[in-house]
Design a protein around this ligand. Sequence first.
Ligand code: URA
Length: 206
Amino acid sequence: MNHTDDPYALTLEALEERVNRCTQCPLSETRTHVVFGEGNAQADLMLVGEGPGEVEDNTGHPFVGPAGHKLDDVLASVGISRAEIYITNVVKCRPPGNRVPAKKEMEACDPYLEAQIALINPKLIVTLGNTPTQWLVPGAGGITHIHGTFIPWRGGIEIVPMFHPSYLLRYPSRSKGSPKYLTWMDIKKVREWLDEHGRNRSSDDV
Ligand code: URA
């Protein structure tokens, strides 16, 4: 049987191979590497960003540039390591100049994100910033209003929007009410939720 037209019928590895060859949108013409996503394929927690930046495009790995380092700090503050989670983006190829991906680009990439979510079957999805939040929860309020809220989604999955780590880089204050302070509150809620509901699967267990 030939499943090559149906991303949902592929394994995660086969899906990645397929995405690495993708030419469905113009971002494929300017990319250096496809940034498929990576992490624990059995994660309770999946993070979805907007799209690869320069360092990600150069390396093929998600969130490894300055925003990625900030994200690691946020996760580490509550003892979450990359080994426990899966990280990807709405679009798998870098939008030139780090612009927001166009709707058509996100539409072209959407079957890949949907297939990743179906294959990993996380319990919680943290969307980083407005773009992935609006993409997965159309009509959701702006990130400044809905960050840190648990939005029941499909199949028992909850979505928690959080500020994008690059936003935290622009606003370094830690004072009460600052984006950093609010993100710290949000990630603590994520930690508590995982402690209560998660299956606690780390890559060492699989
Ligand atoms: N910003 C994103 O949204 N994703 C990345 O992988 C890197 C920066």
